[in-house]
Write a protein that binds this ligand. Structure first.
Ligand code: GAL
Length: 362
């Protein structure tokens, strides 16, 4: 929390310094993937709040989960003369064409939250530490399991989103030793069972697992997949179960499905994004944990990065992410695990959401 606040303060200080030494405005184009998910509405709201004081002009457009809509959004913004493009791709690979078009127009390209892959034309990656998101899920499930033979159901994000791989990689780093030693038994992925003794998976191996357990980041897909898994499961695969839920929206759909199966005695399920609906689920004991990715931090970092590029400078980076063509510099932001135990401190006392948005908060 302290670290998050420090990043926020330094980003605000940077903005103030820029505004005071340069009165001209810069144009930043921000493209987010969809309005259908609370996660991206959070980002939009936080951008609107931060832009009020940032001293720059910016426009936010949504791509309706459609790569061609995303491409035309980018073209619209390029026509408006933006200097920096902040793009969260619907599909990490398809977005390369937009990055290339921006570069051709002399515009700096910042991948926002999701990496743009397969092109040299990405200047920076503003992201959370997605490996640690997955590791937090794994750690949580491991901490709740005792004895041998605990049933584990795996779910993942969309294979078109590079993050789905990083999240899964982080989760596998914690879960695999506990699958190999028999603490967990995978109930719903033959591919994952095949690879259970392998500590480090290649991208292709992860793709084979994700192909079986993807939710496509879509709650309807998550629900029908969970229903199919429960229909196929035998009695010994039910009882007390552990579920790797890939984000809050899909975790709620999966949790609701498991909750209605009379042979499921209890379930533990992970998530991410601190959706308000999932914070309420955590308070009510219907979702076990989420990972808070403080969008205020990411937004502040995106704006600071854009300002740095507009000044002709290079943003500081602490690590790089390989996008298949180049190493993209980044300074990943930390994430916070949230359970019933710290939900009040992490979500309400931190000022992320007001207490009045929830019921039953202790
Ligand atoms: C990921 C993002 C998550 C989640 C998901 C679904 O790329 O990092 O926060 O919301 O997409 O949109």
């Amino acid at each position: 929390m302290k670290k998050t606040f420090a990043v926020l303060i330094s980003a605000l200080a940077l903005m103030a310094a820029f505004v005071s030494c340069n009165n001209s405005t810069i144009q930043v184009g921000i493209v987010l993937p969809t309005k259908d998910e609370e996660r991206w509405i959070q980002d939009q709201t936080r951008f609107q709040e931060a832009l009020k004081t940032a001293g720059i002009t910016a426009e936010v457009l949504f791509s309706e989960k459609d790569s061609s809509k995303e491409k035309s959004n980018v073209e619209t913004l390029l026509t408006k003369g933006i200097k920096v493009l902040v793009l969260c791709p619907v599909d990490s690979a398809s977005a390369a064409a937009s990055a290339d078009a921006a570069k051709k127009a002399g515009v700096k390209v910042v991948a926002y939250d999701r990496l743009i892959t397969g092109t040299a034309n990405v200047d920076f990656y503003v992201t959370f530490d997605s490996f640690n998101v997955g590791a937090a899920w794994g750690e949580y499930l491991v901490s709740k399991a005792s004895g041998q033979g605990n049933n584990l159901y795996l779910y993942a994000g969309a294979a078109s989103d590079n993050n789905a791989f990083i999240f899964f990689d982080g989760a596998w780093s914690q879960l695999q030793p506990k699958i190999a030693d028999g603490t967990f038994v995978i109930a719903n992925s033959a591919e994952a069972i095949k690879l259970k003794d392998k500590a480090q998976l290649t991208r292709e191996e992860m793709a084979s697992i994700i192909g079986q357990i993807t939710t496509n980041w879509n709650p309807a897909d998550a629900k029908s997949k969970a229903e199919a898994h429960l229909t196929a499961a035998n009695a010994s695969q039910k009882g007390d179960v552990f579920i790797l839920g890939p984000n809050d929206q899909t975790a709620r759909a999966i949790a609701d499905t498991f909750a209605t199966d009379k042979d499921i005695k209890s379930y533990k399920i992970t998530g991410q994004d601190a959706d308000k609906a999932s914070i309420q689920y955590i308070i009510d004991g219907k979702q076990s944990m989420t990972v808070l990715k403080d969008t205020r931090t990411l937004v502040a970092s995106a704006i600071a990065t854009a300002i740095t590029f507009a000044k002709g400078e290079t943003p500081a980076s602490s690590k790089t992410y390989n996008n298949g063509v180049v190493e993209v510099p980044s300074t990943p932001a930390e994430v916070v695990s949230v359970t019933q135990d710290n939900v009040k401190a992490a979500i309400v006392d931190s000022g992320y959401y007001p207490a009045a948005d929830f019921t039953g908060l202790q």
